[in-house]
Ligand binder design. Structure first.
Ligand SMILES: C[S@@+](CC[C@H](N)C(=O)[O-])C[C@H]1O[C@@H](n2cnc3c(N)ncnc32)[C@H](O)[C@@H]1O
Length: 362
């Protein structure tokens, strides 16, 4: 039997009904935005615009990015979608003759020179590895199959296993992490220098990755802080040789080298609550200066901190992390973990866009 028409359906004006339909289609097609952005990143569209002084016609852009001559019109449709959605902008050439494509604040972050280049991060987020399990949320949520098992069935490895062992996945992953860290550090050093000035003399970046970008930036900006990076042996073996950072290979679940401050950037969101408590207990044991600047510094999302767009980014990342048994947490969830790990206080600073800097005190 057809369900009865409900009162709220009847009450919708034409305008509301059509708006709701447009919104529904907009949400349904959100993945096309990701695909289009991924294609533009792969083609190097931002670099081509930048290389032509910041403004370029469609035909020149197509030639510069390797578009096949039979596909220029299709490429124009890709550029139109990316322009309407704000990734690029276009304006009519003076005196006519078509549109000139230009960069926006978003696509400037895709240009392949300079420390703000986030194209490795975009590549990772729109890669096959990232898309596969989120696409299967419905299947996963209606069975008792662990997310990791679904991922393994497809790739023959866990996601962490792929990053760590397969160079074809691992190298782009660590390059994406380094790219993100460069942007985060630019802001942190500008906005939160007092957090590091208070550190007595040493800091260990746990899971700092092969680039050691965060530790190197802190060591350069604050010469009084001796910085080291702890990461897995295979990551340390491939580490960039930076003179001001010492790399230590090990497992954060076993031992964290002693330091005045322990930094965890994008580590805890990879793990379930009980694993986070174990990692934080090891951090607490490692902190040498209690009450005199000793602390854990966490860079991660705090769900609900910030604008509605930032919250949307946080909860989308949460679904992304859910597929690897990780999670993005709200303040209440964070505080439970901190207190269970034996810490006495914390301070959240939502100063990193969608992410926050959290100081946790022993
Ligand atoms: C998501 S990445 C974050 C990298 C870096 N902190 C950043 O944000 O740019 C997670 C890091 O944790 C490291 N890692 C994973 N398990 C670890 C363990 N048991 N002990 C030490 N490091 C580990 C990985 O090798 C990787 O570098």
């Amino acid at each position: 039997m057809e369900p009865a028409v409900r009162a709220e359906d009847e009450a919708m004006s034409t305008e509301e009904l059509l708006q709701a339909q447009t919104d529904l289609y907009h949400h349904s097609l959100a993945y096309i935005k990701s695909m289009a952005l991924g294609a533009a990143t792969e083609l190097g569209v931002a670099d081509a615009i930048h290389g032509r002084g910041g403004a370029i016609t469609l035909s020149h852009l197509a030639a510069a990015t390797g578009v096949h001559p039979t596909k220029v019109q299709h490429f124009g449709r890709l550029m139109r979608a990316l322009t309407v959605t704000g990734v690029f902008t276009s304006e009519e050439k003076e005196g006519g003759g078509g549109a000139l494509y230009k960069l926006t604040r978003i696509s400037r972050l895709l240009v392949g020179v300079g420390k703000r280049r986030l194209s490795p991060m975009v590549r990772m987020l729109v890669s096959e590895v990232s898309f596969t399990t989120p696409m299967s949320i419905c299947e996963w949520i209606t069975t008792d199959t662990p997310a990791r098992a679904m991922f393994e069935a497809h790739f023959g490895s866990t996601q962490n296993g792929l990053w760590e062992k397969e160079d074809a996945y691992g190298a782009p992953f660590y390059s994406a992490m380094s790219a993100d860290s460069r942007v985060v550090m630019e802001v942190l050093l500008r906005e939160c220098s007092s957090v590091f000035e208070a550190v007595a003399g040493s800091l260990v970046d746990v899971g700092g990755g092969s680039g050691g970008v965060v530790a190197a930036a802190i060591a350069t900006a604050f010469p009084h802080i001796k910085c080291s990076v702890l990461d897995l042996p295979n990551v340390v073996a491939a580490a960039d040789d930076t003179s001001n950072v010492q790399f230590v290979s090990g497992d954060m679940f076993d031992y964290i080298p002693p330091a005045d401050a322990v930094l965890l950037k994008w580590i805890l969101h990879d793990w379930e609550d009980q694993d986070c408590v174990k990692i934080l207990r090891k951090c607490r044991e490692a902190i040498t200066t209690r009450g005199a600047g000793g602390k854990v510094i966490i860079i991660d999302f705090v769900v609900g901190a910030g604008s509605s767009k930032e919250t949307e980014t946080q909860v989308l990342f949460d679904l992304y992390m859910m597929m690897e048994n990780g999670a993005e947490r709200d303040e209440h969830e964070w505080s439970k973990i901190f207190f269970e790990a034996g810490f006495s206080d914390y301070k959240i600073m939502p100063v990193l866009g969608a992410r926050s800097l959290i100081q946790v005190f022993p």
